[in-house]
Every structure is written in structure tokens, then in C-alpha cells.
Design a protein around this ligand. Structure first.
Ligand code: CAA
Ligand code: NAD
Length: 284
């Protein structure tokens, strides 16, 4: 099956990166947000990211302009009805995702493939509210999407081989390397990463060292590009809290139980870089 038009639901951190990557690879993209203000903020992120790629000589200005003409923003779910593939990148809450899929299942033709960019939530459970479990899978990108090379393709209980093959070809056409995983909370990467990030918060809570020292220790001692608390700010404190909570509820393994500090920061609106404050301050 040929993919020409891609729908993206959500133009936050991940949605904007997915929109940019698809448009730069030649796909037409329709992206839906909840309201005009959030949509414009997301599209500005796409614009700034492409401007940076042009400045660094990674993207020709003409290619940027062509990619930009392939992107269309909307607040109407109906505008996704002609997409061949829809990638959902809304908040990490099962009820929100199910509501999106119910609506899209009624709007889109049978051939449209549905993919969730979820970090932790069951693909099989999301697919259960649609009549297209065979054309449903997880397509898990990594942040920042234009830079990170991996896509985890998640095989739900009903996902067909044909859907997996189409999605693999699509992800590879974006320049990504694919790893196929089971539909298990956290798939491969977050199954390993989340306990590590939560342990960094617990280390801070216990006062093992300051936040800067914890980050420096991991950055220099393990050669990670970012320390874990900086990475938490980068991923989003709220998103990590939702991921941990979902994984803990499913696995009942205390390694995934979100530390109190993460919950309090989520409730306080200190969501990391995207809100200007998390473990660190990023100004306006
Ligand atoms: N959007 C687009 N491009 C970006 C970017 C962004 N937000 N941030 C950085 N880049 C690009 C830069 O343009 C630059 O590209 P070139 O080398 O082609 O010029 C490249 O990335 C390196 O950037 P910088 O030199 O500015 O900065 P850096 O060397 O510190 O790298 C980084 C930045 C790539 C983000 C690096 O710090 C890194 O790899 N951090 C860890 C990221 C990570 O672990 N991501 C996974 C998070 S977990 C996840 O995504 C799964 C989940 O479900 C939660
Ligand atoms: P974010 O908070 O930056 O963006 C989420 C966006 O979804 C918001 O702009 C919100 O307005 C929008 N949204 C909510 N309901 C919607 C709806 N019904 N229709 C359209 N838009 C809607 O979050 P994010 O970091 O982009 O995460 C999005 C998804 O990607 C989550 O499932 C998350 O687990 C996953 N993910 C995140 C990362 C990361 O590093 N942040 C990495 C991989 C996967």
C-alpha cells in the first residue's frame, strides 16, 4: 500500500517533530490540534526547527519551503479523513487516545492505517475501540524526532503482517531504523529507561548529590549526551509521570512507581523545557 498523506494528531513536542520529519521526506501532512492557539504554537516549533536545520546547512532553503507547503494545520478531526496513515501523538492518557480513535474510526476509510506514538500504553487496548485491529500498530518515535534514528514498531494482538510491512517501509522512508517489539508496557526502550530516570529522581529525593552533580556524574561517568534530570526536563515531567503511572498500574513493579516529586512537579505545572521550568529553569 502506498502512503501519500499522513495525519498527525497533536502538535506538541513529538507531534511537531513527526510533522517535520514526514514533510521533509516528501509526504503531505495534515496535523490536528485541540485549538488554534496550541496549533499555531506547534507549527512555530516546526518552523523554528527547520530554520535551524537550514542555518546549520543540513537542509536547503528550497527543500524547507517545499516541505512547508506540504503541511496543513487544522483543529477539525474531519480534515484527517483522507489520510492513508494517521499517527496519534496526543497526551499519554488512555481515555484521550481511545476517544481520538473512536472518532477517527468513524471518519476514515477502511484502508487508513492507525499508529500510536504512545510511550507505554497498550496498542491492543487502543485498537479495541476501532474496527481495524489488523490495521493498527504502535509507531514509537524518539525525541527529538528529526534527530533520533530509532522507531519501535509495536505489534498489537491483531496487527497484520501487511500493516507491519507497510509501517516498516514508511518508517524507513523517513530515514529511521526499525525495531519490532511486543505489545508490552514500555516496549523495549522505556522498559529499560523509565526505572533509570525514576531512580535519578529518587537519588535527588534522598540527597545523594545535587541535581547538577547527578547529571554531571551520569554525563561524564557513562558518556550519556544528557544527565537524567536534564533528560526528564527534555522529555516532559508530566509525560514521564503519565508513562510511569501507566507502567506501574500494568506491571505492579515498584521500579515503575512514580516518585512523589514527579507527581508534585506535574501538578505544579513544572513540566520541564516546554513550560520553561522543571528541574532547571529555562526562562520564558
Ligand atoms: N529538534 C531538531 N533537531 C535538534 C533538536 C531539536 N529539538 N535538538 C538538537 N537538534 C539537532 C541539532 O540541530 C544538531 O544537528 P546537526 O548535528 O545535524 O547540526 C544535533 O541535533 C545536535 O545538536 P546540538 O549540537 O545543538 O546539541 P547536542 O549535541 O547537545 O545534541 C541532542 C542534542 C541530540 C538532543 C542530545 O543532547 C541527545 O541525544 N540527548 C538525548 C536525547 C534522548 O535520549 N532522547 C530520547 C528520549 S526518550 C524518548 O524519546 C522516548 C519516550 O517515549 C519518552
Ligand atoms: P506534549 O504535551 O508536548 O503534546 C501533546 C499534545 O497533544 C498537546 O499539544 C495537546 O494539546 C495535544 N492533544 C491532546 N488531546 C488532543 C486531541 N484530542 N487532538 C489533538 N491533539 C490533542 O506531549 P508529547 O511529548 O508530544 O507526547 C505526545 C505523545 O508522544 C505521548 O503519547 C507521549 O508518551 C509520546 N512520546 C513522548 C516522547 C517525549 O520525549 N516527550 C517521546 C516518545 C513518545
Amino acid at each position: 500500500m502506498t502512503i501519500q498523506t499522513v495525519g498527525v494528531v497533536g502538535c506538541g513536542l513529538m507531534g511537531s517533530g513527526i510533522v517535520e520529519t514526514c514533510a521533509r521526506s516528501g509526504y503531505r501532512v495534515v496535523v490536528r490540534e485541540v485549538n488554534e492557539e496550541v496549533l499555531q504554537r506547534g507549527l512555530r516549533r516546526v518552523e523554528e526547527s527547520m530554520a535551524r536545520a537550514v542555518e546549520r546547512g543540513k537542509l536547503a532553503a528550497a527543500d524547507r519551503d517545499a516541505a512547508w507547503t506540504r503541511i496543513r494545520g487544522t483543529v477539525r478531526m474531519e480534515d484527517l479523513r483522507d489520510c492513508d496513515l494517521v499517527i496519534e501523538a496526543a497526551v499519554e492518557l488512555m481515555d484521550v487516545k481511545k476517544e481520538i480513535w473512536r472518532e477517527l474510526d468513524a471518519l476514515c476509510p477502511p484502508h487508513t492505517i492507525f499508529c500510536s506514538n504512545t510511550s507505554s500504553l497498550s496498542i491492543t487496548e487502543q485498537a479495541s475501540v476501532t474496527r481495524r485491529g489488523d490495521r493498527f500498530c504502535g509507531m514509537h518515535f524518539f525525541n527529538p524526532v528529526p534527530v533520533m534514528k530509532l522507531v519501535e514498531l509495536v505489534r498489537g494482538y491483531l496487527t497484520s503482517e501487511e500493516t507491519l510491512a507497510t509501517c516498516r517501509a514508511f518508517a524507513e522512508s523517513l530515514g529511521k531504523t526499525v525495531v519490532v517489539t511486543k505489545d508490552h508496557p514500555g516496549f523495549v526502550v522505556n522498559y529499560l529507561l523509565v526505572p533509570f530516570l525514576l531512580d535519578a529522581v529518587r537519588a535527588l529525593e534522598k540527597g545523594l548529590a545535587t541535581k547538577e552533580e547527578i547529571d554531571t556524574a551520569v554525563q561524564l561517568g557513562l558518556n550519556h549526551p544528557m544527565g537524567p534530570l536534564t533528560l526528564l526536563d527534555f522529555v516532559g515531567i508530566d509525560t514521564t509521570y503519565y508513562i510511569a503511572e501507566a507502567m506501574y498500574q500494568e506491571l505492579k513493579d515498584p521500579r515503575y512507581a512514580p516518585p512523589l516529586l514527579l507527581k508534585q512537579m506535574t501538578l505544579a505545572g513544572h513540566h520541564g523545557r516546554k513550560t520553561g521550568k522543571g528541574f532547571y529553569d529555562y526562562g520564558a
